[in-house]
Design a protein around this ligand. Sequence first.
Ligand code: TXA
Ligand code: MG
Length: 339
Amino acid sequence: MKTHVVSAETGGKYIEEAVRWLVEGEIVALPTETVYGLAADALNPVACARIFEAKERPLYDPLIVHLPTTDWLASLCTFPLLAQRLIETFWPGPLTLVLPRTPMVPDIVTAGQDTVAVRISAHPVFQKVVQRLERPLAAPSANRFGRISPTRAVHVLSELNGRIPLVVDGGPCLHGIESTIVSLRDGHLFLHRNGPITREELEAFSPVQDSSETRIVPGSLGSHYAPKTPCQFWDGTPPPSGIRAGLLAWRASGEDFAVVVYLSRRRDLREAAARLYASLRRLDEYGVELILVERLPKQGGLWAAIMERLTKATLASRKCFFSYGQTPPLKYPSSGRRS
Ligand code: TXA
Ligand code: MG
């Protein structure tokens, strides 16, 4: 299959093209304000199956449903008062709510669970497509399973070229990290994934509890958010000799590294989040053998969301690299790549 890229700057042409594919049960990559999503008609189980196929995603990992308008909520889920208050404040935007589902939601979307994850994207391109389609769109991040989420159309191409018919290029994503995911049960708010809506913002509505239930958010598995290159937190010492290492830096000068990529020279957490995945991809593409990651000093706001993803990136690659600080194996696994 040939993958066509259409710019969102071509007037409304991209809307017609995207909607045409979606009506036919095909899958289309669309920009959202968080990361690029791989969208299919959420009420068409066969179309949703194509998402799993293209991403090589296991069927136990449920999809987020993106609504055209809040009018769809009542058909797809039940929502308590607390959910309504969160929706009024944060939608459209990067907050995903996990709520009890109705039978209208196909099982493939929820991975057979009794809940469905819903949000309304604030991205004008996504909104135009979903509103023209007038049906909800299931859309996970538009990367192959276990890889870094795409924040630009070229990233989508590098993940899914030849597997999907269309990518709508809406430029770089504003937030650069995936939405915050919360569930509401028995009047309590559980935080499943840190994201652009911070814990502090949520706590204004209800006390927030960390979800210990990794079962319902397989996205919390360490195998997510992995660059191809082995990746470890930096302990501040020079990288192992003979190894070409890159540094994902916060404030260090990084003299001993083959390449240094700064998350934000202004040390601004919003900018750092927006550049996080693109920076990891740049280091991957630079062809270093090891990516070392400087820890960000603990603070509020987006710090938790950024560190959560950096930690997962390092955990995911631990198995394919010697423990940093120890002697490297004789034959260095220079690729450590997974497809
Ligand atoms: O910002 C985002 O959330 C992006 C954009 C495209 O909207 N989407 C995204 O989707 O990150 P995905 O599939 O890559 O991550 C969604 C996470 C998955 O880890 C999935 O397990 C979890 O949401 N999820 C989906 N439905 C769920 C449910 N019913 N209960 C618990 N977790 C759920
Ligand atoms: Mg994802």
